[in-house]
Design a protein around this ligand. Structure first.
Ligand code: NAP
Length: 250
């Protein structure tokens, strides 16, 4: 895609301070959208917003914990007051708290569900009605290939992301007749802070399972998100697009 396909659109991107969310925010900004960069820290989101503006785009930073339903509801109401509409929502905020289920702390289960799944619900709930009324909207949820195949040590994360996939399909059905598409992206292993913590032997093991023999880049995911946010993707809804170098073929 080239040019300013997203001009005139307002896009809210959670997890925009780092990694995949940051790459998506930068790309939507470069394509002309006004981008609301959301993370827990205003300072961190502001760095992405400033980068978008330095590239000639338009952006603002919003600090909200997506796991806090009340705070997300208030933030969505404030966004709609300020901008009139939010046309594109990208749910990319996510965390991991890995551990075997038998030893998993209840907080580690709850925190992952709260951020990855409840956060996706809270932002969608806060912004989808005005999209439906406007008869145009794009919701893109960043899930994971782990939702499709599971992963030992990540039962909380896998459950949250499988929830995101099922949520995506259900909301896609609810909003299909209103011009609002709802899709998920399932990245495989992408080079970000989240995967930087993996040690070398584990990385080697993972690489053996990736036919393309390399981790992906945040931009690989951003390119798909920009397409799913575009006018041209209007007949695609309820789908899960894998961006995984061929790792999981379902
Ligand atoms: P990352 O580099 O760790 O970035 C996570 C982002 O989420 C940061 O911007 C962080 O911002 C934000 N965030 C975390 N908790 C939040 C909360 N409670 N409220 C608001 N924002 C919060 O992760 P990433 O690798 O880019 O992952 C992005 C998404 O892709 C996640 O949903 C992840 O599960 C998914 N994914 C990643 C991979 C991968 O290989 N990297 C693979 C599959 C799926 P602050 O810390 O500033 O709040």
């Amino acid at each position: 895609m080239a040019g300013k396909e997203h001009s005139g659109r307002v896009a809210a991107v959670s997890g925009a301070s780092r990694g995949i969310g940051r790459a998506i925010a930068l790309r939507l900004g470069a394509l002309g959208a006004k981008v609301i960069c959301i993370s827990r820290s205003e300072e961190a989101s502001a760095k992405t917003a400033m980068e978008i503006e330095a590239n000639g785009g338009s952006a603002e930073a919003v600090a909200v914990d997506v796991g806090d339903m009340g705070a997300v509801g208030a933030a969505c109401a404030a966004l709609l007051d300020r901008h009139g509409a939010v046309d594109i929502l990208v749910n990319s905020a996510g965390i991991t708290r890995d551990g075997l289920v038998a030893r998993m702390a209840v907080d580690n289960w709850n925190d992952v569900i709260a951020v990855n799944l409840n956060g996706c619900f809270a932002l969608t709930r806060g912004l989808c009605l005005q999209m439906a009324k406007k008869r145009w909207g794009r919701i893109i949820n960043v899930a994971s290939v782990i939702a499709l195949v599971g992963n030992g040590g990540q039962s909380n994360y896998a459950a949250s992301k499988a929830g995101v996939v099922a949520f995506t399909k259900s909301v896609a059905i609810e909003l299909a007749s209103r011009g609002v598409t709802v899709n998920a992206i399932a990245p495989g292993f992408i080079e970000t802070d989240m995967t930087a913590a993996l040690n070398e032997p584990i990385r080697e093991e993972i690489l053996k399972r990736i036919p393309m023999k390399t981790f992906g880049k945040a931009d690989d995911v951003a390119a798909v998100a920009a397409f799913l946010a575009s006018e041209e993707s209007g007949y695609i809804t309820g789908t899960v697009v894998r961006v995984d170098g061929g790792m999981v073929m379902t």
